[in-house]
Design a protein around this ligand. Structure first.
Ligand SMILES: Cc1cc2nc3c(=O)[nH]c(=O)nc-3n(C[C@H](O)[C@H](O)[C@H](O)COP(=O)(O)OP(=O)(O)OC[C@H]3O[C@@H](n4cnc5c(N)ncnc54)[C@H](O)[C@@H]3O)c2cc1C
Length: 517
């Protein structure tokens, strides 16, 4: 097979390696517009799990990568000047350039034709000249733009502004630092990737960026300004720009369709994932592995590309959903800043809902003991629903309310659900079946299931202690932004003469379930 690849980043190089290993007779050309040592960026991070995955694919690159990596076990969250360490997070960092050079070397060993300083402008011509064209040309992909009518991409440009910088401060673990300055909030994401250097990504809301006056200053002034904001975290080290100081708005890139004829985009060209949840490099490599695997099972391009979309897209969609939750949390972090470091850290670590109480407890029981201690010290106003499940009442969560029919058989309906710190609140209309049932037998069971993770839920049983029309209309309006994205409940959605009722359920028995959290 003749394979042309545009772009010489991690997605492209790793795919070429795997395809050459599969069949050395494949003729593979990688066309990269820059030189072999021109890379931007600093270091990249991999979880232990990702590294083991790479080991299974290609032992020599795995060995070279691990030999050149720095490993650590902690995530550190620094808020209000207090660093909190959370163990149980084995991660490795490596210089991006070292990493790419390892992949270059392996490509050469396997006979991949690497062509640097080759800028591609005519994608269809290149596609016509091969059996498979891979568009691994990064977030600004020309391949994606060329076939946008078929791939149907979307680019959601996010509000926070960020920049990749470096420093010689040796961070001890993957560190997130929150600093409130005169101009506003700054967040840094940092990690050590070599004996001498760490990556230092700075993120801030647009208001902070404007107030700090970054549009008017030089690159050196920008680095000096940020080094001053984070001076207590950087141990006096300056921030380094690597001749590349550019503020960016994070583009959340998706494609509805992942292939067209013999063309397939790969890595950042296909999707991006916010740096707060994992590196784009990890996703790019996993794409390469998945695509190469499809060629093992389906040697014909026309079969392999749809198979790639089928197996890989649901995984990436799920990852991007979690990444969206993570970046949205950071965009709205001011709501959490008043929290003390321990509860703030807990909220931060559980923001994407992929990590929960149990997982944190397994990784670092001491941290959870400190969190539990903090919870115990809180006034009882938190009520009977555990704090770590309160997010269910902030989402578009449909609960399932079970009541009893007059003949004693069960009846269940989906309902909007609310919690006032003491009672579970349900809103319905006078005369409906559930209304009649609760009037007649005010005992219910209600299941409140996380819409983002159906394995996670709260079960409540208890009496309906009050049924009232007072405040029911206002309560319905208050739920509308959450459930309908509208400021008020639209009158047109009501039945003529409908009388709303509010039901207050006392959570007498509460069971929570989050087995994989
Ligand atoms: C400024 C910046 C700094 C970053 N720093 C880091 C970092 O320190 N750590 C980290 O983990 N991640 C970093 N990232 C993210 C990371 O680079 C990507 O998520 C990851 O590299 C994706 O791999 P890829 O192979 O899909 O794309 P890329 O690595 O982006 O590779 C795409 C390649 O295609 C080439 N190319 C593009 N168009 C053409 C064309 N028309 N013809 C020929 N070649 C072309 C580009 O030069 C590039 O080398 C950074 C991103 C940016 C924008």
């Amino acid at each position: 097979m003749k394979i042309n690849i545009i772009g010489g980043g991690p997605a492209s190089l790793y795919f070429a390696i795997l395809m050459k290993k599969q069949n050395p007779s494949h003729a593979i050309i990688i066309m990269e517009r820059d030189g072999p040592n021109d890379t931007f960026g600093w270091g990249i991070v991999f979880s232990e799990k990702t590294l083991l995955f790479l080991k299974d694919q290609d032992e020599p690159t795995y060995a070279a990568i691990t030999a050149a990596s720095q490993a650590w076990d902690d995530v550190v969250v620094s808020h209000k000047g207090e660093p909190i360490k959370i163990g149980g997070n084995p991660i490795s960092g490596i210089a991006r350039l070292t990493f790419l050079n390892i992949l270059h070397q392996r490509c050469r060993e396997l006979g991949v034709d690497l062509r640097f300083h080759t800028n591609i402008t005519d994608v269809p011509a290149l596609a016509a000249d091969c059996d498979l064209l891979v568009g691994a040309d990064g977030a600004n992909s020309l391949v994606r733009r060329t076939y946008e009518g078929f791939c149907l991409p979307s680019v959601d440009v996010r509000q926070n502004i960020f920049m990749w910088l470096g420093t010689q401060h040796p961070f001890d673990g993957l560190t997130l630092t929150f600093r409130e300055s005169e101009a506003g909030l700054f967040i840094s994401h940092s990690y050590k990737f070599s004996l001498t250097h760490s990556t230092f990504i700075v993120e801030c809301p647009p208001e902070t960026w404007l107030k700090a006056g970054f549009e008017r200053v030089t690159d050196e002034q920008t680095c000096a300004y940020l080094a001053e904001v984070f001076k207590d975290d950087l141990g006096g080290h300056p921030l380094l720009s690597n001749n590349f100081v550019r503020w960016l708005n994070f583009p959340l890139i998706k494609n509805k369709r992942w292939h067209h004829q013999n063309v397939v985009p790969l890595g950042d060209a296909l999707h991006t994932a916010h740096f707060s949840i994992g590196s784009g490099t990890k996703l790019a490599l996993e794409d390469s592995i998945a695509l190469a695997q499809c060629f093992v099972e389906y040697p014909v391009v026309a079969d392999a590309l749809p198979a790639f979309q089928k197996v890989r897209k649901p995984i990436v969609d799920e990852f991007q959903d979690a990444a969206l939750q993570s970046l949205s949390w950071l965009e709205n972090v001011t709501a959490y800043l008043p929290l003390d470091p321990i509860p703030f850290t807990y909220r931060l670590l559980t923001r994407s809902k992929r990590v929960g109480y149990n997982r944190l407890k397994r990784g670092d029981p001491d941290f959870i003991a400190r969190y539990d201690e903090w919870r115990k010290r809180q006034p009882p106003s938190f009520g009977p629903i555990p704090t770590e499940f309160l997010d269910l009442f902030q989402k578009r969560t449909f609960a399932h309310l079970s009541t009893l029919m007059p003949d004693g058989t069960p009846h269940v309906t989906p309902v909007w659900v609310d919690y006032d710190g003491q009672y579970i609140l349900v809103n319905s209309a006078k005369g409906r079946l559930k209304d009649k049932h609760m009037e007649a037998r005010p005992e219910v069971a209600i299941e409140i299931q996380d819409p983002d993770n159906p394995n996670r839920y709260v079960l409540v049983r208890g009496p309906v202690v009050e049924i009232t029309e007072e405040g029911a209309d206002a309560h319905l309006d208050s739920l509308s932004p959450r459930y309908l994205n509208r400021p008020k409940y639209p009158p047109g959605m009501r039945f003529p003469g409908e009388v709303r009722r509010l039901y207050k359920i006392l959570p007498k028995h509460v069971t929570t379930w989050d087995p994989f959290g």
